[in-house]
Design a protein around this ligand. Structure first.
Ligand code: AMP
Length: 521
């Protein structure tokens, strides 16, 4: 039997193919039959290009149903889908094209000029455009991809694939360092989607409100795959917009978002229990959900957000339970099939598994764990242990009930005066202070301490908090070596598109402002 992910989805499509699969915010309907026929046309087009097996189809387009159909067509035709963040500019695209050597690049019409120069120089033979289209004036999606696909038959026999065959390359969003292409197979993605379908109790009549981007694991492999596998309708928003989400929520049963979405929904005065009356499940992930947001959301809506944890390299790893306690500040329990352990070193420097509440590096194994970084065998080898566990780079702690809390990234770890300081722990203390909206804790090189614990705080509008107040309060709460040496107030924290705080930018911004810092020569 084929392990092609598209074949798995197709086996779960509803019997009634005239039912709606995707409805756009401006009222366009795509039935399941439309999805099958349109993906067949695009798969026929891709197959007609005479590409080698394993060819990469790189895609940097605005979100649209056609962009999702292109993903499905790539799977059907047996090629490798490579989505790229729409925010990437020339230097970044040049890197991705050089690294992945895609045979096909699909871009937005407005980027055609500069992408063509880069792509053709790098040897990409086929460049197509795909427009996100505009509602209201009768113009729907255009671009050369659809114009060419239109002339191809609307039937296509899905190409046979093995579970280990490559399906998708996701370049890590990398808040630091160079992006690496995580290679995910049909088996990785299919197994994870099936586990989540069970774990989150997907229902026959679910409707997913899809507001996430399609170029990231969250929007593509968690949200869209979840609906496709369950044969569920999606309401597609081109991007997150709190007012539009509030308008569409009463027609939906499932919503998935990054923490920022939940913060913005709560900031919207019209968002209340009534808006959420038909929702069955709110899921959060990709970045830590603040305890305050978690609590405020329950108070406002009566719903408990379900937080889960995963990454491009592994798909989803842990989730709070559906039916039993969803614990704020934790990412829940390992998903079925995932083996997860926390590693630390003993006094002799030997590796050992952490005990309850011990802090350690998160390592994982399972059918969902990727096949390595694209063309980086050494980097791949470095990131796996001798017994086959992947080193996530995240640091966590597991409580006596088995719930995992993410404490930070191992590279975010601050070592001040020889003591380890985990930023998340300090951030949780600061976030408890009256008048604090949120905070980020970073290490800045320091002559005396090696690194100085430094806090960047966003105050609530009415707060009158000062640096001295924060430091005094913290001195009463935590060990002195953990108390920030410097506190800065900022209007907001810099975040990437998935809501992750970009600590590298904060480190750069404040590096020269901390007393006693080491200036790089
Ligand atoms: P990405 O590959 O872009 O999805 O980024 C994965 C990283 O996001 C993980 O390694 C974590 O550091 C972080 N992450 C994902 N989900 C969560 C979560 N629920 N809480 C805290 N961090 C998270």
């Amino acid at each position: 039997m084929t392990a092609n992910l598209y074949a798995l989805f197709a086996s779960r499509f509803p019997a009634d193919k005239t039912a709606c699969c995707i409805e756009t915010h401006d009222g366009q309907y795509y039935t399941w039959s439309d999805i099958e026929r349109a993906s067949a046309k695009m798969a026929n087009l891709l197959s007609s290009l005479d590409l080698p097996s394993g060819a990469r189809i790189a895609v940097q387009v605005e979100k649209s149903p056609e962009a999702l159909i292109l993903y499905l067509a790539t799977l059907r035709a047996g090629f490798v889908y490579l989505p790229l963040n729409t925010a990437y500019r020339a230097a970044e695209i040049e890197y991705f094209i050089g690294d992945a050597e895609p045979a096909v690049f699909v871009c937005s019409p407005q980027n055609f000029g500069w992408i063509a120069q880069i792509a053709f120089k790098a040897g990409t033979r086929h460049l197509f455009t795909l427009d996100e289209g505009e509602g209201g004036n009768g113009r729907r999606n255009s671009g050369s991809l659809l114009a060419r696909a239109m002339h191809h038959p609307d039937q296509f026999e899905t190409v046979e694939k093995q579970a280990d065959d490559l399906a998708v390359i996701l370049y890590t969003s990398g808040t630091t360092g160079r992006s690496k292409g995580a290679m995910l197979s049909h088996g990785n993605i299919g197994s994870n989607a099936q586990v989540l379908q069970q774990y989150w109790h997907w229902q026959a009549d679910d409707v997913l409100l899809h507001a996430l981007p399609l170029f990231h694991i969250h929007g593509l492999l968690v949200a869209a795959n979840g609906a496709l596998l369950n044969g569920s309708k999606m309401i597609f928003l081109p991007k997150f917009d709190a007012a539009e989400v509030c308008r569409q929520l009463p027609r939906s049963t499932v919503f998935m978002g990054v923490p920022t979405y939940y913060v913005r929904l709560l900031a919207n005065s019209g968002f209340d229990r009534n808006t959420c009356r038909n929702i069955r499940l709110f899921v959060s992930g990709s970045a830590p959900l603040l305890a305050d947001t978690f609590a405020e959301f329950t108070a406002r809506t009566g719903h408990t957000i379900l937080e889960r944890y995963g990454m491009s390299e592994t798909a989803m790893l842990t989730s709070n339970p559906y039916a039993t306690e969803r614990r704020g500040g934790t990412v829940g329990l390992p998903l079925p099939g995932v083996s997860l352990r926390l590693m630390t070193t003993d006094s002799n420097g030997d590796s050992m598994v952490c005990g309850t509440n011990g802090i350690g590096d998160i390592q994982v194994k399972g059918p969902n764990v990727f096949h390595g970084y694209w063309r980086m065998p050494e980097k791949t080898a470095e990131e796996f242990t001798a017994d086959g566990y992947f080193k996530t780079g995240d640091v966590g702690k597991i409580d006596s009930n088995g719930y995992l809390a993410i404490v930070g990234r191992s590279k975010d770890l601050i070592i001040s005066g020889g003591y380890n300081v985990y930023p998340k722990e300090i951030e949780s203390v600061i976030d408890e202070i009256d008048g604090v909206l949120e905070s980020a804790v970073i290490g800045i090189p320091h002559v005396d301490f090696g690194e100085a614990v430094t806090a960047v705080i966003v105050k609530r509008p009415e707060a009158t908090l000062t640096t001295a107040d924060v430091i005094t309060l913290m001195k009463n709460t935590i060990a002195n070596f953990k108390v920030p040496k410097q506190v800065f107030f900022a209007e907001e924290l810099p975040r990437n598109t998935m809501g992750k705080v970009q600590k590298n930018l904060l480190r750069e911004r404040y590096a020269t402002q901390v007393a006693g810092i080491v200036t790089p020569s």
